[in-house]
Design a protein around this ligand. Structure first.
Ligand SMILES: NC(=O)c1ccc[n+]([C@@H]2O[C@H](COP(=O)([O-])OP(=O)(O)OC[C@H]3O[C@@H](n4cnc5c(N)ncnc54)[C@H](O)[C@@H]3O)[C@@H](O)[C@H]2O)c1
Length: 355
C-alpha cells in the first residue's frame, strides 16, 4: 500500500509504503528515490542487531556507499550528545549535501536521525525506515524531529520532511511486548480524535491480536496522521489534535525521568487524566473516561501513574510547545472520533492535574 503525504509550499511531498517483506527490497526503494551516493544509516544497537546487516547489504548491492552509525537504544539517547556524535560521524564519512541519511529504528532513531539530517550542513536528504509500532503508526510521518533536554521532552527540534517512509509490518515480530503495546497508545489516540471506524475495529479485537491486525491498524493510523499533517504542516491548527494526551503525557515523561515511562504509556495516562478532568467539568460526554480507560487497559496500557505529583508536572508543562504566552492549547476528545482544541490559561491547568 502506498499513501501519499502531499504538502504545499516549500515542503515536498512523499510516499509512505506499507507492506510485509519490504525490508528485503530496501536498496530498490532507495534507488527509486536517490541517485547513487553516500548514505549514513543511523540506528540503535537493538534494532541494528536484528536488521542492520540486511539493510546494509541490500544498499551495497544497489550500489550505495553506505556506513552505519549506532547508538545505545532508549529515550535517553535522544540527546544533543548523540546528535553531535552522529554529526561527527557524517563528517568523518565525508557526507556532502548531495548525500543522505536513513533512520532505521523506532521513534527515538527517527526523531534523532531526522534532526541530524535537518541540521548537518544546514540540511541533507533523509529517509525513514520505521521499525517500532509507534514509529510505523506515528513518528515516521509528518516531519517533526526532536531531541530531549533536561528541562523538557522534545525541547530541541525542527520540522523536516523525509523523502520517503518505508514500513514493513513483519519487523514488529521482534519487537518486545511492552513496546508493541506502547505503540497501541497512538493507534487508540488516532481513533479517538478522528476515526470512529478504527475505534469499532479496535473494539472488536482482543487485546492479543495486534500483530495479526498490524497492516490494517498502521494504514488507519497513517491515514489519520497524514490528513492532519497535510492540512496543517506546522502545527498551527488541526494538527494540534494529534497532541491529545501529550500535554500531560510529555510532562509526566519528563518528571518520571526519561526512559521510566515509554512515550505511548505516558500519552495513555495523559488521555485518561485529561478526559476525566473534562468530564468532571461537564465538557465532554459522561462515561467517556471509562470507555477510553477500558480500551487502553485491554491493550495493556497504563491509565494512571504513582507517585502522581501535580506540582512537578505543572512545572514541566511550562516548556510545552503548545503554550502561547500564558495560554495552552489543550486537546479534548468530546466523543469517540471527535476532538477539539480547547485553549486554557496555564494556571487553569492545575484543575486538569487533580486526581
Ligand atoms: N516525531 C513525532 O511525530 C513523534 C511521534 C510520536 C512519538 N515520537 C517519539 O518517538 C519515541 C518513542 O518511539 P518508540 O516507542 O519507537 O521508542 P524507541 O525508538 O526507543 O523503540 C522502542 C524499543 O524498541 C526497539 N526496537 C525498535 N524496532 C524494533 C524491532 N523491529 N525489533 C526489535 N526491537 C525494536 C528499540 O531499540 C527500542 O529499544 C519518543 O521519543 C517520542 O517522543 C515522535
Amino acid at each position: 500500500m502506498k499513501l501519499r503525504v502531499d504538502l504545499a509550499g516549500k515542503s515536498h511531498s512523499y510516499d509512505v509504503l506499507i507492506e510485509r517483506g519490504l525490508l528485503g527490497s530496501v536498496g530498490k526503494w532507495v534507488s527509486s528515490l536517490w541517485a547513487a551516493q553516500k548514505i549514513a544509516v543511523i540506528s540503535d544497537d537493538l534494532t541494528a542487531s536484528f536488521y542492520a546487516e540486511k539493510v546494509m547489504s541490500n544498499l551495497d548491492k544497489a550500489g550505495f556507499d553506505a556506513s552505519l552509525f549506532i547508538f545505545p537504544s532508549g529515550e535517553t539517547s535522544k540527546s544533543i550528545a548523540t546528535a553531535e556524535a552522529a554529526w561527527n560521524f557524517c563528517a568523518a564519512q565525508a557526507l556532502t549535501r548531495s548525500d543522505g541519511i536513513i533512520g532505521l529504528g523506532g521513534g527515538v532513531v527517527g526523531d534523532l536521525a531526522g534532526f541530524v539530517a535537518s541540521t548537518y550542513l544546514r540540511g541533507i536528504h533523509f529517509l525513514q525506515i520505521a521499525t517500532s509500532l509507534t514509529a510505523q503508526v506515528d513518528s515516521s510521518i509528518g516531519g517533526k524531529t526532536g531531541l530531549n533536554a533536561a528541562a523538557a521532552k522534545n525541547m530541541i527540534g525542527s520540522f523536516a520532511q523525509p523523502d520517503g517512509v518505508l514500513i514493513d509490518p513483519d519487523v514488529l515480530a521482534t519487537l518486545d511486548e511492552r513496546c508493541l503495546r506502547e505503540g497501541m497508545g497512538e493507534v487508540i489516540k488516532c481513533a479517538l480524535i478522528a476515526d470512529a471506524e478504527l475505534w469499532d475495529k479496535l473494539d472488536k479485537m482482543s487485546g492479543n491480536d495486534i500483530l495479526d491486525n498490524a497492516d490494517d491498524l498502521i494504514a488507519y493510523a497513517v491515514n489519520v496522521k497524514r490528513k492532519l499533517v497535510m492540512e496543517d504542516e506546522f502545527d498551527n491548527g488541526s494538527r494540534l489534535l494529534l497532541n491529545f494526551g501529550h500535554t500531560i503525557g510529555h510532562a509526566l515523561e519528563a518528571t518520571a525521568g526519561f526512559g521510566e515511562l515509554m512515550h505511548g504509556e505516558a500519552v495513555s495516562i495523559g488521555m485518561v487524566q485529561m478526559t476525566r478532568a473534562a468530564e468532571n467539568k461537564g465538557l465532554v460526554k459522561k462515561g467517556l473516561t471509562d470507555k477510553i480507560s477500558d480500551m487502553l487497559h485491554k491493550f495493556g496500557l497504563p491509565v494512571s501513574y504513582e507517585p502522581w505529583e501535580p506540582g512537578k508536572i505543572y512545572q514541566s508543562l511550562m516548556h510545552d510547545k503548545k503554550l502561547r504566552g500564558k495560554t495552552i492549547q489543550t486537546i479534548l476528545v468530546t466523543e469517540i472520533g471527535k476532538a477539539e482544541i480547547h485553549p486554557i490559561e496555564l494556571n487553569e491547568m492545575m484543575d486538569y492535574l487533580k486526581k
